[in-house]
Design a protein around this ligand. Structure first.
Ligand SMILES: Nc1ncnc2c1ncn2[C@@H]1O[C@H](COP(=O)(O)OP(=O)(O)OP(=O)(O)O)[C@@H](O)[C@H]1O
Ligand SMILES: [Mg+2]
Length: 365
């Protein structure tokens, strides 16, 4: 068995027949056995479509999906050995928590005798910490508790693969943080290979062994979390990942000088080893993370700006300013300097950390 390729999605495409819309253009990725992989991307990018094709609820237009080296494209959903947790829990309201969790073991081919079914159900109810609700109906449970019931129910058949589609989106912010830690701990304990869909970059960065970022039905980057931040493949990735968002400055490169609307620097100041391709004369976007553009003394500054707003976020604060008609940000440590709305600041970019993109989004530096 090739553990690195426990799940292989190979050149998958999906055109929805009813409207002819190509939701998935051509998607390939591998998932390692036991990994928790986040499928991340904006609304409508195709996350649920991919999950449904993996589960067998939707037929791909072309391409292949293999589990453990075997194509499952013609395998019935019930024979794919998958647990699926939906966003809206989909619990049976007329059944108790125990009956809900046991349900998959009381029907179909996986049917067990009642005692055995209850034993297995209770094992997973203990793992998800819902034993005390055993005899209650789901409506009386909080969102987080209902979600745990849905997870226990997905696990009782001891599937090889767990699919979760935005399982935390109905929960408040604090509970999301708690349950996402619990989910990660649980899937690692059970050792189940998991695809976890989210549109929340922080959620993906915090729980994913790796992240696959999509846009418009195409993989933008398939990587471990920190690489999205430090080495974005393209402009979309740079813009999507990071909070506060990255600053973008339109620049022109001409005769060895990089020129912004009111700043300029010599191209030789860029680190030679970071170029992906030569920086030819033309239009580009210079992108810099807010923590890499910082206030300095006037003589060291590249940009001079007036602070529009200061936003406090815990231990740091965001200095907002308007450059060339666009809002930009500098992220400084709290207490580094007392700065206020209306103050004039001089900013310097760390040129060994900036990115340069072509207008088509391709990364040059
Ligand atoms: N049954 C369908 N028929 C036609 N088009 C569809 C159908 N289901 C989804 N689509 C379209 O396919 C694209 C991808 O949809 P999908 O539900 O996979 O996105 P998503 O990434 O899960 O979004 P969200 O984060 O909002 O759940 C969307 O543009 C959507 O409008
Ligand atoms: Mg979806």
């Amino acid at each position: 068995m090739n553990e690195e390729k426990f799940i292989e999605v190979d050149n998958l495409q999906k055109v929805y027949e009813d409207n002819g819309y190509q939701a998935i253009k051509s998607v390939s990725f591998n998932v390692k056995k036991g990994d928790l992989v986040c499928l991340l991307g904006p609304s409508g990018c195709g996350k649920t479509t991919i999950l449904n094709m993996v589960a067998g609820l939707l037929k791909p237009t072309s391409g292949d999906i293999r589990f453990d080296g075997k194509s499952i494209i013609n395998t019935e959903p019930k024979d794919r050995n998958i647990g699926y947790v939906f966003q809206n829990y989909a619990l049976y309201p007329h059944m108790t928590v125990l009956q809900n969790v046991m349900f998959p073991l009381t029907v179909g081919e996986h049917k067990k005798n009642k005692r055995e079914a209850q034993e297995i159900a209770e094992r997973y109810m203990k793992l998800t910490d819902i034993m005390r609700f055993s005899d209650q109906r789901p409506v009386r449970l909080s969102g987080g508790q209902q979600q745990r019931v849905a997870i226990a129910r997905a696990l009782v058949q001891e599937p090889k693969i767990l699919l979760m589609d935005e399982p935390l989106s109905n929960l408040d912010a604090r509970l999301r943080l708690q349950i996402r830690e619990e989910i990660r701990a649980l899937v690692k304990k059970v050792g189940i290979t998991t695809l976890f869909v989210t549109h929340d970059q922080e959620e993906a960065l915090s729980i994913g062994d790796k992240i696959i970022l999509f846009n418009n039905g195409i993989v933008q980057q398939d990587d471990i979390g920190q690489r999205f931040y430090l080495e974005p493949n393209n402009q979309f990735v740079a813009n999507f990942i990071g909070n506060p968002v990255i600053d973008n400055f339109e620049v022109t490169v001409e005769g060895g000088t990089v020129k912004g609307s009111d700043f300029a620097f010599d191209q030789n100041l860029l680190s030679e080893d970071r170029f992906k391709s030569p920086l030819e004369d033309g239009q580009y976007m210079l992108s810099v993370r807010p923590e890499n553009i910082l206030p300095v003394d006037e003589e060291d500054g590249q940009l001079t700006e007036t602070i529009d707003d200061v936003e406090l976020i815990g231990r740091e604060c965001i200095l907002k300013f308007t450059h060339d008609g666009h809002q930009a940000r500098s992220l400084i440590g709290l207490g580094d300097r007392e700065l206020h709305h209306g103050d004039v600041i001089h900013l310097k970019m760390a040129l060994d950390r900036v990115f340069i993109f072509k207008p088509n989004g391709e990364r040059v530096y």
